[in-house]
Design a protein around this ligand. Structure first.
Ligand SMILES: Nc1ncnc2c1ncn2[C@@H]1O[C@H](COP(=O)(O)OP(=O)(O)O)[C@@H](O)[C@H]1O
Ligand SMILES: [Mg+2]
Length: 310
């Protein structure tokens, strides 16, 4: 394992057999700084049996989480919905399709990850050796990382560049119950690829005045894609970071409800400091506190989505 002093940036190579603890302290022999090192988690490649063919729920098989507005809980929803589905015995693949790699970082798997870019452009890379098995049962991750920035540059001039993700996911569709794709806060190469690959789009939004315009915009994009390219795609809006105490929030919630009616999930996700704490620890909220409001609400969302009763 390679470690780097945080102060003087000197790099050292540590033999794996010398590392006996998952977190330990090291003193830099150059500048005497003492710093903490965390051993990278042992990660396994995809270990689905070759012949596993799972029951299909085509309507919600591949789900993009999308809104061109940042900070509306796309990444939080991707992680916590995926974890909730996995806890309900569904096999779930999370796809981090945002070059910021927030989802991969939030899962604590950014250190040694290969990415979708490697899958497409590195000889010998396959879905099985790029997808990581997370430490949670039923949950896998196709990571993002810095080289994802090159993906658009390399492929934007290709014919059907918008179907790159869809074509690759064909290789795993039959082995997994749900694929959940996190997208960036813009509508371009990455988001178009995610929408083209998906059967369903979750549009997270806060109950704020300007958010309604953002929802209208992404709704329009989904409708264009439905008319021209991907006729089976459908969507619903998810209210996130809901503040039960705020009158303004309730007024806007009623406006959104009147406008979108059955295009809104019955489940809303409350503003919950437990969710923020869980992200500091790099773990999904249901693993941090199974009974806190947002953990219960993401479980309810998973049930609403799949039609399963608790
Ligand atoms: N239910 C929630 N309660 C409190 N904070 C939340 C909740 N959902 C998300 N957040 C916080 O909001 C911020 C933006 O969330 P994130 O999922 O990164 O949004 P996006 O992916 O849309 O940019 C993060 O700091 C996250 O911790
Ligand atoms: Mg995000």
């Amino acid at each position: 394992m390679i470690i780097k002093c945080e102060q003087c940036e000197t790099r050292y190579k540590l033999a794996d057999e010398l590392i006996t603890q998952s977190i330990f302290k090291v003193k830099c022999s150059k500048c005497s700084n003492v710093f903490t090192v965390q051993k990278p988690e042992k990660i396994k490649p995809l270990d689905l049996p070759e012949d596993a063919v799972l029951p299909e729920n085509l309507a919600h098989k591949i789900i993009a989480i999308s809104n061109q507005k940042g900070g509306v809980a796309k990444t939080s929803t991707a992680i916590n919905l995926a974890m909730s589905l996995a806890m309900q015995d569904k096999r779930v693949l999370l796809v981090d399709f945002d070059m910021q790699a927030s989802l991969t970082i939030a899962m604590g798997l950014n250190n040694q990850a290969k990415t979708f870019y490697d899958l497409l452009h590195k000889p010998g890379a396959t879905l099985a050796n790029v997808i990581l098995k997370t430490k949670y049962p039923n949950l896998w991750l196709l990571p993002s990382g810095p080289n994802m920035a090159l993906l658009m540059k390399k492929n934007i001039n290709q014919k059907h560049f918008e179907k790159i993700l869809r074509n690759k996911l064909e290789g795993i569709r039959d082995k997994i119950d749900h694929i959940i794709i996190d997208t960036p806060p813009s509508i371009e190469f990455f988001t178009l690829n995610a929408l083209m690959a998906s059967d369903f789009v979750i549009i997270p939004t806060q109950c704020e005045f300007l958010s309604m315009h953002g929802v209208a915009h992404i709704e329009e994009v989904v409708n264009i894609i439905k008319q021209r390219q991907n006729e089976n795609i459908d969507y619903k809006i998810l209210i996130t970071m809901f503040n039960q105490e705020s009158t303004a929030t309730k007024v806007i919630y009623n406006k959104i409800k009147t406008k979108y009616q059955d295009k809104i999930f019955n489940t809303t996700i409350d503003f919950d400091t437990k969710l923020q704490e869980s992200q500091i620890m790099n773990i999904p909220v249901a693993q941090y506190d199974r009974n806190c409001p947002s953990a219960l609400q993401y479980q309810a969302l998973a049930q609403e989505l799949t039609g399963d009763t608790p």
